[in-house]
Write a protein that binds this ligand. Sequence first.
Ligand code: ATP
Length: 552
Amino acid sequence: MFSDSVVRKLGQGRFGSVYEVSKAGSDEHFAMKVLTFGSEEDFVKNEHEISKLQKYLHENVVRLVDVIEGDAAHYVVLELCSCSLADWMTAAQKLGTMMNRVTVFRILQDVLAGLGFLHSRNEVYGDVKPSTILIGSDGTAKLGDFGGVVGVGTQKTSTSAECGTMQFWGPEMFVVGGNAVHESLAGDMWAFGLIVLQLLTGQEWISGGNAVEIAESVKRFDFVYVCRQAEMSSSVEALLCFLLSKKPQERLSSAELIRSGRLRSILGEETPLSQFISEELDNTRSLIQAQLNERDNTISKLTIENKEKDDAIRQANETIRNRETVIVEKDELIAKQATTIAELTQKLGESVAMEKRLSDKPSTTQSKVDVVEAQVTEVAKDVKRIERKVDPEKAITVWNPAHFRKEGRRFTSLMDEWKSCFSDEITRGVWRLSIRCDKYDMHRFGVIDSSQLEECKTATLDFQSGASVFWLSTGTVHQDAKKIAKGNQRAKKNSVVTIELEMKRHTLVLFVDDQRQPDSLANIPQNVRFALNIYNKDRYADIVSFGHGFSW
Ligand SMILES: Nc1ncnc2c1ncn2[C@@H]1O[C@H](COP(=O)(O)OP(=O)(O)OP(=O)(O)O)[C@@H](O)[C@H]1O
């Protein structure tokens, strides 16, 4: 019925919060006290307070409207009052005003009536203080908190946290350890006396920050001294003498005080009540309004602050979420890099192992070198044998044919004589020889008929002898020593010139810098060798590549 209709928070007690609520479907407003229960003990305490409120109906007791029992709290719906006496006194203090005697009288009379009602039923209110006295919408003061109500003589010892504010305990209530004993009605009258003094002087008279200091302050308290200080009338002093006596049995009971009419005679004597009523109600209203405004301001300030805090928290959460995403991405990147590193490390390990395997086999390599060198020696002998047959007049130098097999080999002529080199005999397949000369002047290379080889070696090795079938000389391509190929490009210094021999078709094709030249040679004999021929000192030719080629 009252859910979802909270208008604002009215106050906060030790055992719960109080809210203004509106009743669904009506304009009626109430106060709702939320008494939570975390334990069986709390539950019993709440039930105690509720049962007392249910039991006592009086115009100076706050009216209980309804009780709703939730899973973890009792929702106690009460008549809505304007404020507590404590709120009013604080507001008056802030405005620098004092309550006039009539107001004071009216409030005290209401409180006394409430206490008298409870006391007549042998109940100790147990928590008389400005914050438990509520001012109703018509200005009537009411006892508003029944959590401390106990039957007279009930041996109830409670801690300061449970039973009201220690500043209002009578001196007899203090027992060892800062606890209170509530068993007599006189305790309520002491607190009532303190409220009289506080309302008349606008000041609190019991001080102290902790239980021991407060107990000391109560025991030392001397109302006569206070009355003199505050220049109270003797009649007020006389009244307080019967309320603030250190001996409980000397205090007036609520019934005696009501019967005696002392409150009216002392406080109401100066001005007839009627004169002040309307003025006082106005004052009350403006004070209450001032206080309500202040509360609203505080609430709106807190709302703004809370909103700012919420925004800040939201932003911080957003930043954290973004950072978490970046961290996850970085983690993934690191994981990927770790995998790559592991793979590379494995590959490195494999290549180190391979290197080690290779370096462990020097003897194999060495033996290959030995074989090659032996072959070279054999070939050198061969060459010498051939050279011996050469006509010294027309001597030519023949290089080792094995040179052809080595890419990058450079042939150099140091003397002014022909120098030649012939590859092994070629009978089948496709073969290519690429060569780069410092100058194509006096360089020749091509293929030569094997059957003509001896003649070529012994004769001045001039390809014009007819033994040659194809060659390049002074940058020009020649065929059969006579014919200059048509349309073929001239080779320049450092051009790479390639000849491709195809033994199936018996053709020889020329390339200059990878450009196939139009004029090629057919009818190449069955058995041929590649030939390289240099004339002139300090000339050289590099074999760029030699081996099986591809047919075009
Ligand atoms: N019926 C009511 N109408 C208007 N305001 C109320 C009502 N009941 C309580 N309040 C406000 O809520 C405040 C807290 O009330 P509550 O009874 O919970 O605690 P208290 O008696 O002030 O303190 P404690 O319970 O700690 O002694 C009061 O001081 C008062 O300002």
